[in-house]
Design a protein around this ligand. Structure first.
Ligand SMILES: Nc1ncnc2c1ncn2[C@@H]1O[C@H](COP(=O)(O)OP(=O)(O)OP(=O)(O)O)[C@@H](O)[C@H]1O
Ligand SMILES: [Mg+2]
Length: 389
């Protein structure tokens, strides 16, 4: 069974790489080569698979490095995530990711095939998901060939909820993902969603009520209590899931600075229109023809429930699944204010709890998540100290 300590004896493959790890800042790295069911690739294997990391084969760029599409010798198509050499925090997450993913499998979680640790190279090899991530497709600016019908959206919402319920409630010890967001939801050929990036996952011992940890995550998806106090519970993931749910139903990113000021923050907008009895205005107009408006509005309300200001008012993921499947009622009277960014600002002016955690991210924020001067009361400095992740 999985051990969260990195202290097991190295395997033969690990021995072969031991020398390569000498001098690494992380003395835990060697032990991880013992991970079972995980293939160890050579750097040469991956160079060949990607035609020497040719730019045309690059499919994405994250905070910790680039992702390439590759074809392995056996013909399998893979996504190869190359960690930037200078990212120390990324290296820790790399190790964490291998350990965590190696022992969990679920249809709604991305499959990690293997990895490469050679010299300074740190590379993860995943199954390639041809329909990309939700941030590029559903929420992207460019042309998208996928028709996000209501049926497809429902399937995505329920699939992500299932994957998260598995991490939160079935895997022992429970896992908090910590970075649920549109770019970490990938779609396979049948639009089955797969949650990716367990690099920030934290093991969550059952006997603890929360884990105090450095703050990591992504602007716009962070639960206020986590961003302010760094107290991490599964409810922080549920908050992020709530934001994602709103994004999927509305087809809008959680923050869009091109919109009029009062509409820029999706959660705030949903809450406002909910109170005005106008939620239908939020349902993505591009699915008008086949959309079940009542169901879409129910999903928006579930999104509001997941983002409630008080963590204990947010439902568990298994109950969220039941609600999405209409197997469980929820009392709308229980809905109160969601946890909004403005609350962070109130705290911010009192005391700064958000000690900065640099991710070494080189990624520029895109338009929907950029920060800087703003005429709203939501100055972004709270989050700039947390960084873009
Ligand atoms: N298995 C995969 N199959 C297909 N495309 C992938 C796969 N994994 C990642 N990608 C693409 O590469 C992009 C970058 O992914 P990556 O996880 O490195 O960063 P991110 O999630 O966008 O940002 P961050 O580093 O802040 O978490 C994703 O948005 C996705 O489009
Ligand atoms: Mg990602």
């Amino acid at each position: 069974m999985f051990s969260c300590c990195f202290g097991k004896a190295a395997s033969p493959t690990g021995g072969a790489n031991r020398a390569n790890n000498r001098g690494s800042n992380l003395d835990v790295s060697i032990e991880l080569l013992d991970v079972e069911n995980m293939r160890l690739y050579t750097y040469k294997d991956l160079q060949v698979a990607t035609a020497y990391f040719r730019p045309e084969n690059k499919v994405g760029q994250g905070g910790f490095g680039s992702v390439y599409k590759g074809i392995l010798k056996d013909g399998s198509v893979v996504a190869i995530k190359v960690l930037s050499a200078d990212s120390r925090q990324g290296l820790r997450e790399f190790l964490n990711e291998i350990t965590v993913i190696s022992y969990i499998q679920h249809e709604n979680l991305v499959k990690l095939h293997g990895y490469c640790v050679e010299g300074d190279h740190r590379i993860l090899v995943y199954g390639y998901l041809k329909n990309g991530s939700l941030d590029q497709t559903l929420l992207g600016d460019g042309h998208c060939s996928i028709n996000f019908t209501w049926e497809v959206r429902r399937k995505i919402c329920i699939g992500v909820a299932k994957g998260l319920a598995y991490l939160h409630e079935e895997v022992q010890p429970h896992i908090i993902h910590r970075d649920i967001k549109a770019s970490n939801i990938l779609l396979d050929d049948n639009f089955t969603p797969k949650i990716s990036d367990f690099g920030l996952a934290k093991l969550f011992p059952a006997h603890l009520t929360h884990v105090s940890t450095r703050i990591a995550g992504t602007q716009g998806y962070l639960a206020p209590e986590y961003a302010i106090r760094g107290q991490l519970t599964r409810k922080a993931d549920i908050y992020s899931f709530g934001i994602l749910l709103l994004e999927i139903v509305s087809g809008r990113p959680n923050q869009n600075r091109r919109l009029p000021v009062e509409e820029q923050y999706l959660l705030e907008r949903v809450w406002q229109l909910y109170r005005e009895g106008e939620l239908t205005r939020l349902v993505d107009t591009s699915v008008e023809e086949d959309v079940d408006v009542d169901e879409a509005c129910r999903y928006l309300k579930i999104g509001l429930l997941c983002t409630q200001s008080l963590p204990k008012s947010r439902p568990s993921m298994s109950n969220v699944m039941k609600m999405l499947n209409d197997d469980m009622e929820f009392n709308e009277k229980d809905l109160s204010d969601p946890g909004l960014l403005s609350e962070l600002m109130t705290y911010k002016t009192g005391k700064n709890h958000t000690s900065g955690t640099s991710s070494g991210s080189s990624r520029k924020p895109n338009d929907s998540e950029s920060y800087g001067n703003t005429t709203t009361s939501y100055a972004a400095m709270t989050f700039t100290t947390i960084t873009d992740r």
